[in-house]
Design a protein around this ligand. Sequence first.
Ligand SMILES: C[S@@+](CC[C@H](N)C(=O)[O-])C[C@H]1O[C@@H](n2cnc3c(N)ncnc32)[C@H](O)[C@@H]1O
Length: 240
Amino acid sequence: MTSTNRYATSWESFWSTSTGAPGEIFWDADPSHAAQQDLALFRSSMDPQLQLIDLGCGNGTQTRFLADHFAKVIGTEISPAAVEIARTKHAAPNASYRVLDVLSPDDAQALHEETGDANVYMRAVLHQLSPADHVTAIQSIERLLGRRGVLYLVELSSAAEPFFAQLITQYGPPPGLARVFQHQITPGMVNENDLGVLFPSDRFTLLRTGPSHIQTVHTLPTGDVAKVPAFYAILRRRQS
Ligand SMILES: C[S@@+](CC[C@H](N)C(=O)[O-])C[C@H]1O[C@@H](n2cnc3c(N)ncnc32)[C@H](O)[C@@H]1O
């Protein structure tokens, strides 16, 4: 099985068996605790005339929120089941959803021919790919951005691994996370120290980066919601 098929199979299995029960999707935070905090960081860096692509949009929770703030938003996913959920549960007149494998730069190019240069929002997707696939994913992103688009990326940071280790030791594995592993999804790792290698300065300009967190739906015995340490980065293609 090619690595791309591995993602397609495991994520389709994950999304096609989701029931919509509260707490089931570990990262599916209310946008007021997710995309809204992101928007405050990236809004002023993006040309609002361009379309916004939510790459690896899952069930569209954050995409739907972003559609309130951009003229046109496209949520893209490897999983047709996720696209179907997004279309049903997170519809908006200016939001559309479609299947796109971020590991297919040719498909990204075809989308770019439709949309023109686009802004890209990407929350908690890159670390789901194995490190060997990062270069290809970034080629796709580059094609979607073109010369004028801006990428906002929010990803787990180097503090995430010790955070999960501590969480599991203290309270046991969160059910939402256990469900991910049940579908043979094996998250990789990416962190803030990889930015320069992933987005080399001869191709990309880093506009801003800093610490952040990924809000989850997992409530701890303390009553707090687990927030996974993360970092954000705002990048564009280098203008030569
Ligand atoms: C942790 S979830 C984040 C979903 C969404 N960005 C959010 O914040 O709610 C990762 C998503 O990446 C999608 N994904 C995994 N591999 C992909 C690929 N090769 N191309 C496109 N999407 C992919 C999965 O289906 C999943 O919905």
